[in-house]
Design a protein around this ligand. Structure first.
Ligand SMILES: C[S@@+](CC[C@H](N)C(=O)[O-])C[C@H]1O[C@@H](n2cnc3c(N)ncnc32)[C@H](O)[C@@H]1O
Length: 363
């Protein structure tokens, strides 16, 4: 397999694809072995048959992508874009970034258990890839321990579950609940999911419910967690589409016009992106369940929901609206409302709440 140059660029790769296509068009047999090897429809064909066949730009791009280890041109292209968009770059001031998270979830720990929505998603994550009796489970960013308690029942006495979180108040909540339960196979630790001290190859299952988007360096986190999985062990986490209009797309588009970069969910915002990221981190047998969901909002409710500084901006620090002058925000809000109006239907404005349940395995 060929390695990509240090700073790969799409134009260079397009030129390579053009060159290959020219070789084919000029009936130059030097292209045949490459095509035969990487396109199964030409397997076992003679050079002349390959040269006589149609060979489009897309065919040529697919061969180039495969020469670099990507199954399709789209995946190779996505990877190149991800480098230029810096979607895997992470935040530079991790300490300050995490302090905001801790402050917010310390507060939210008081009534976090009232959220049925979070609870159902967390249980569903486990149920897609449940641990067996006797297995070892790690629940990253456990919150109030929904997954941890559920998994502790599934692994039974011979198994163990550890829940970790950076919010001490969340961990205190978990310990209160643990005291009231009869479970002996469960413990909770205050720790940063991105910097854990467990031994390599320790866990059969690692879950991260509604929290992967908080990681300050998501790709590095995935690489850290694959170390902690046992061979054949599985990781599962949630991700959200980056094209959800109300929850990102319109704010992103409008703010971009004022030079403000809002990156929420961009690293894992599609099935393709989730797959790409897991592959880059070394996971195999990737499975992504896309659960479609959403509801109509009245135009009035939909308007006015441009990102504001008290909203989360996961993966970004400082907040993208920090120090943005008030008059720009006011104008951006007007632009936002205009965009929302364009989406209005007789039922209202569609508010997409779909999500991905993402799984990868360590082989
Ligand atoms: C939306 S809650 C999800 C809680 C739980 N997993 C659930 O689904 O109910 C997000 C949690 O992630 C935790 N968190 C965020 N970044 C973290 C990190 N780097 N390490 C550990 N916990 C983290 C927060 O403290 C918070 O408890």
């Amino acid at each position: 397999m060929k390695s990509l140059p240090k700073n790969p660029n799409l134009d260079y790769l397009k030129k390579e694809a053009k060159k290959l296509r020219s070789l084919h068009r000029d009936s130059n047999p030097s292209c045949c072995a490459r095509i035969r090897q990487l396109d199964t429809s030409f397997l076992g064909k003679h050079d002349q048959e390959i040269l006589d066949a149609n060979f489009s730009v897309m065919d040529s791009q697919r061969i180039i992508a495969r020469e670099y280890g990507y199954t399709s041109w789209a995946r190779l292209k996505h990877y190149i874009h991800s480098l230029t968009d810096n979607i895997y770059q992470g935040v530079s001031n991790k300490r300050a970034y995490q302090k905001l998270i801790v402050d917010s979830y310390d507060e939210r720990s008081k009534n976090y258990d009232n959220s049925e929505w979070h609870r159902n998603m967390a249980i569903q994550l486990v149920d897609y890839a449940p641990p067996a009796e006797g297995q070892k489970v790690l629940d990253l960013a456990t919150g109030t321990g929904t997954i941890a308690f559920h998994a502790a029942a599934l692994v039974a006495e011979m198994g163990t579950v550890t829940g970790i979180d950076i919010s001490k108040s969340m961990i205190a909540k978990c310990n209160e609940k643990l005291k009231d339960s009869k479970l002996q196979n469960l413990d909770f630790i205050y720790a940063d999911a991105e910097n854990l001290e467990f031994k390599a190859n320790s866990f059969d299952r690692i879950y991260c419910a509604s929290a992967f988007f908080w990681m300050s360096h998501p790709l590095a986190a995935l690489r850290h967690w694959i170390e902690l999985l046992k061979p054949d062990g599985r990781l599962g986490f949630h991700a959200w589409p980056d094209n959800s209009e109300i929850w990102g797309n319109i704010s992103r588009k409008v703010l971009k016009n004022y030079g403000i970069n809002y990156t929420i969910h961009q690293a894992t915002g599609s099935v393709e992106k989730c797959r790409q990221m897991l592959e880059l981190a070394g996971y195999k047998n990737i499975e992504i369940h896309e659960v479609k969901d959403g509801r109509f909002l009245s135009l009035q409710d939909a308007k006015g929901s441009l990102l504001n500084e008290s909203d989360y901006a996961p993966g970004q620090y400082p907040h993208p609206l920090k120090n943005v002058p008030e008059e720009i925000l006011t104008q951006a809000q007007v632009d936002f409302d205009i965009e929302v109006e364009k989406l209005n239907t007789d039922k209202g404005v569609w508010h997409d709440m779909s999500m991905f349940y993402v799984f990868g395995q360590k082989i």
